[in-house]
Design a protein around this ligand. Sequence first.
Ligand code: ADP
Length: 491
Amino acid sequence: MSMETENVVARLKSSGLFRTKGLIGGKWIDAYDGKTIEVYNPANGEVIASVACMDWSKLTAAERSTRLRRWYNLLIEHKEELGQLITLEQGKPLTDSIFEVVCGASYIEFFAEEAKRVYGDILPSPMPDRRMFVLKQPVGVVGAITPWNFPLAMVTRKVAPALACGCTAVLKPSELTPLIALAAAELALQSGIPPGVLNVVMGDAPKIGNSILESPQVRKITFTGSTAVGKKLMAGAADTVKKVSLELGGNAPFIIFDDADLEAALKASLATKFFNTGQACICTNRLLVQEGIYEKFINAFSNVVQSLKVGNGFSEGVDQGPLINEAAVQKVESLVQDAISKGAKVVVGGKRHNLGFTFYEPTIISDVKNEMLIARHEIFGPVTPVIRFKTEEEAIQIANDTEYGLAAYFFTNNIQRSWRVCEALEYGMVGVNVGLFGSEGAPFGGFKQSGLGRECSKYGLDEYLEVRTKHTMFFYFRKKNHTYKLFHLHH
Ligand code: ADP
């Protein structure tokens, strides 16, 4: 290094102004792999310094996969305490919270594996001396906005595929449940996911939402939450033409035909309605029961619903925790009130639980009509509206008479009907003789106003990838007077 350069560098170093690391979150940080870029003096070509070269997407898929796998292992290692944190800030029974940690971690495990399987393509060429390649590349910075009902699983379901593809992410967790998201982010750092790759921001939701939307660097927005907010985000993404995935509200029908296995249908409808105190977008919102078994089913269903144990998620044997907040209870109350005023009957429950706070009784309401508000809005609470129907056509018509199209379920032992009804339902996910479903390997998402795009599975990975088509031409096959030569010269 020349004397001149040495002097300048020494002066800057003594005043603390000669910096060569990256600045992330107020901290000077080296590249995770120690890679550097050299800075030259253009006057004489000498190297002045080496600065940190930080590029997550340049890591090989296997290296990203290893770090994600470590993140999975850490979540599993800490599942008990992370589960306790979920119960503390969200309220669900502890066993359900621990289950959520395992399920949330499974998304990371799955996408750690998929990271190594982002395949491109070589396509048939229209010309003998050209070749066409399809390369899959990370879309860029991903903005992820997540809800409170599955405060860990909804985070990992978005962040894991983004990171697996080589994207970086800015996460805004729900203001009601930020602690579990922050705990998961800490474990991501511990697993070797470099600083700056996963960023978590909290604060005023619309303001953060808008800055994510306005940023031209954010190339993709992924959201789970209400249809109203999803529509705003979709409109806001138009300005910078971002890719958008939305997982919005549902109005799931659960149809039980006369020919169903009643015991199986009973068990499944119980789980599908009361899971997470009814606070899941795939929870049953309308129970449709065929007239031949209507009375019998309601009697049997009432017996089990009455025996559900409501309480603090930390208490032993609790089936149902509180609702998330007072606004959620008031929404449930007003929907129940509206249904009763229009002729529906309370069979079980129907009011706040005597535990107080935001506890609500497990409830069944019969004689519901599809026009009532309770059958049109997402209840997000432990209330089962039951609708009676006569024919298969009528059941399908009622089931599809909604702007939503996320999950639907039906029980029948008639094999023809099982195909016919499945294909007639306008829903992204259909459970045939099964209730609650979910797997990191199966596409998750809805038709109509329930959303756009799919999460989980190989389809979910595509949402974070850009397709680059590379057209190449090689010249060494060209012969004199060959017709292709003319083509190349003139085009
Ligand atoms: P829910 O009714 O289930 O709480 P929301 O759609 O209100 O659903 O919330 C889901 C997520 O969206 C939360 O993280 C919340 O903070 C966020 N959110 C709410 N309003 C906006 C907005 N205008 N822009 C961006 N994010 C928002």
